[in-house]
Design a protein around this ligand. Structure first.
Ligand SMILES: *Cc1c(COP(=O)(O)O)cnc(C)c1O
Length: 395
């Protein structure tokens, strides 16, 4: 069998679904309505407020505050909680760079903690060893659609009097012990950037059950105003960090199909697990942390081979792309990013990431939206390329 990278026929020969999916009728209608109304900003329209309330409710919380994006949502959460210069915030080192840069924006110090080498999430153990007297908060990331083990993390946070922010940018609709993410910590953030499970191109939201915290977030995102206060009275410092009504028009109808899309990705995932087992390819799904009841399948964290095996992931990405299957290398770990370390992030040992990242590849959400029958093509692509000697590096 000649690999596609060597001129053979690709294992996957029809395109994968695009992301985001094409807009549905409800989105088109609402978008038109908003455009025609002339109320394009949330200071004059009502769709933003409506969406914020519905999204918050869907994620088990009473209050939702919209903002420009997920990075800013993290910054607002920190600032609303009074976290700033001199404070440390523990974040996973295996995450998107925004977790660190939002802490810098608040003037605080990110501490880049290790993650569990099996599922790549923070755990109470990896966080505990990073705590110092200056620690004020833990930013927990629900990575790839599966919730972190929040019960253990919340217990630890309580013992040390720490705020817990759930960065749920990758976990819209996920559930932990049947409870939605977003309501498991003190405050949560979501992103609606183009790559996320719900998107309006850009956008973000903060969710919480703490009314005072929500009000402070609203003030920070609305130029220091208070709700129902004087328009040019600015009793606090804040910025214009608002989303638009046009974005809300794309997002509000999405709530009605989120569960269906999660179910579709789950179906594909289960078909893939079976197909990989069928062909006997040395690759599988990384496990979920304890307590996951709905993994929203934002993307799939794949685990290559066994502990003692080494793979040439760059070659694999190239060879799989030639087979018609886009996969990604995933995060390198923030502790290896010069800009983040030079800016003052505190680095702690990360044996978990260093062991797991070189055996991890990501499968995209858009691929998971395909018909489950196509899982066999994915398995076949992996089977082919992993059977080639170039897939492995000599140690
Ligand atoms: C996407 C993402 C963010 C940032 O969201 P933006 O809307 O792009 O600013 C933060 N954290 C995680 C884990 C993300 O995946």
């Amino acid at each position: 069998m000649t690999l596609a990278i060597d001129g053979g026929t690709p294992a996957c020969n029809t395109p994968w679904p695009s992301w985001p999916p094409p807009p549905d009728d409800a989105q088109r209608a609402l978008l038109h309505e908003v455009v025609d109304s002339g109320n394009w900003g949330t200071t004059s329209g009502h769709h933003g407020e409506e969406f914020a309330a519905a999204f918050a409710k869907r994620h088990g919380t009473e209050h939702g505050v919209l903002c420009t994006n997920g990075t800013i949502a993290l910054f607002v959460a920190l600032r609303a909680a009074g976290i700033g210069p001199g404070d440390e915030v523990i974040i996973p080192s295996y995450t998107f760079v925004a977790c660190a840069t939002s802490v810098f924006l608040a003037g605080a110090t990110p501490v880049l903690a290790d993650v569990d080498p099996r599922h790549l999430h923070l755990t109470a153990e990896t966080v505990e060893s990073a705590i110092t007297p200056r620690t004020r908060a833990i930013m927990v990331v629900h990575l790839a659609g599966s919730p972190a083990d929040m019960d253990a993390l919340m217990q630890l946070a309580k013992r040390h009097d720490l705020l817990v922010i759930e960065d749920s940018a990758q976990a819209h609709g996920a559930r932990y012990h049947e409870r939605p993410v977003g309501a498991l910590g003190d405050i949560s953030t979501f992103s609606f950037q183009s790559s996320k499970a719900m998107t309006a191109g850009e956008g973000g939201i903060l969710c919480t059950n703490d009314k005072e915290l929500a009000d402070r977030c609203w003030t920070l995102c609305n130029v220091g105003r208070v709700r129902d206060g004087a328009w040019y009275g600015h009793p606090f410092v804040g910025w214009n960090l608002r989303m638009t009504e046009l974005q809300a028009a794309l997002l509000l109808p999405w709530l009605d199909r989120l569960d269906e899309e999660i179910a579709r990705r789950e179906q594909f995932t289960q078909a893939l697990v079976a197909a990989l087992a069928d062909v006997g390819a040395p690759v599988g799904l990384r496990p979920d942390p304890v307590g996951t009841t709905v993994n929203s399948r934002h993307l799939l964290l794949l685990e290559l081979g066994d502990d003692d095996e080494r793979f040439d992931r760059e070659w694999l990405v190239e060879a799989l792309a030639a087979e018609g299957l886009p996969v990604d290398l995933g995060y390198p770990g923030l502790h290896g990013m010069e800009a983040i370390v030079n800016e003052g992030a505190r680095v702690v040992p990360t044996p978990g990431i260093d062991a797991a990242a070189p055996r991890t590849l990501w499968l995209r959400q858009s691929t998971l939206m395909a018909a489950p029958e196509r899982a066999a093509e994915v398995a076949s692509a992996f089977h082919r390329v992993l059977g080639d000697p170039r897939a492995r590096t000599r140690t």
